[in-house]
Design a binder for this molecule. Structure first.
Ligand code: BG6
Ligand code: MG
Length: 216
């Protein structure tokens, strides 16, 4: 039986993946190369500094530690600039209804995100109080695919991993869920999220009851 649902933020609750991409692409362009959407998949769910390493690797660019910190800060400033336009209307279709239904069914909810900006974004969405616990990039020390963010969330909620569903749009996030012994529901394409237990394009029209039925 499912006792808790843990949600990734970027790309699951809100489409900030596009803003992360734009900000990284801007940085890449500044350094003299381009970043494709396909390459951007590699950055989903990955911490800011690890993402920077991947981006620099793609461009074959070497930087000092000091420069890395400077560029990471610039990327984040640009990203936050994009995020200022996020309003409660930007929650992805069906997400709010799904969370309401979980509440009504007394199923616990948690956020498990690699982002250090998670609370800012939830505040812009007016969704901070939708979650019984929040584990973000300021709390977790290990990035996905390590299961730490989700295990911390399950522990906060006093629910055993096997009774948790994780909702994730990132390959690394599904890997984290599975490594933690949880059920991994992919948000996106089955051809990308091959390790997920079940994949759906989003929450639009999805009821908790129907989904749990499908996962049986
Ligand atoms: C994840 C995103 O949620 O957060 C990644 O999928 C991002 O793309 C990571 O790099 C870290 O985010 P932030 O906001 O701390 O730079
Ligand atoms: Mg994500």
């Amino acid at each position: 039986t499912v006792q808790a649902c843990l949600f990734d933020l970027d790309g699951v609750i809100v489409d900030t993946a596009k803003y992360h991409y734009l900000a990284w692409r801007q940085l890449a362009n500044q350094l003299g190369f381009d970043l494709t959407l396909e390459q951007n998949e590699l950055l989903k769910g990955i911490s800011r500094m690890e993402s920077l390493e991947i981006v620099l690797g793609i461009g074959g660019v070497k930087l000092s530690e000091e420069e890395k910190l400077k560029f990471a800060a610039e990327k984040n400033a640009q990203y936050l600039e994009f995020c200022k336009q996020i309003t409660p209307d930007d929650a992805l279709p069906g997400v709010r209804d799904f969370l309401d239904e979980l509440k009504a069914d007394s199923i616990k909810t948690g956020l498990g995100s690699a982002s250090k900006n998670a609370k800012t974004i939830l505040t812009n969405l007016d969704m901070l109080n939708y979650f019984d616990t929040i584990v973000d990039g300021n709390r977790a020390t290990k990035g996905k695919p390590d299961p730490q963010v989700f295990l911390m969330g399950a522990e906060d909620l006093s629910v055993a991993p096997e009774h948790c569903i994780v909702f994730e749009d990132a390959v690394a996030g599904i890997q984290a869920a599975k490594a933690g012994g949880m059920i991994g529901v992919g948000i996106g394409q089955a051809s990308v999220l091959t390790e997920a237990d079940y994949v759906m394009p989003g929450f639009d029209g999805v009821t908790v009851k129907d989904l749990f039925e499908k996962l049986k």
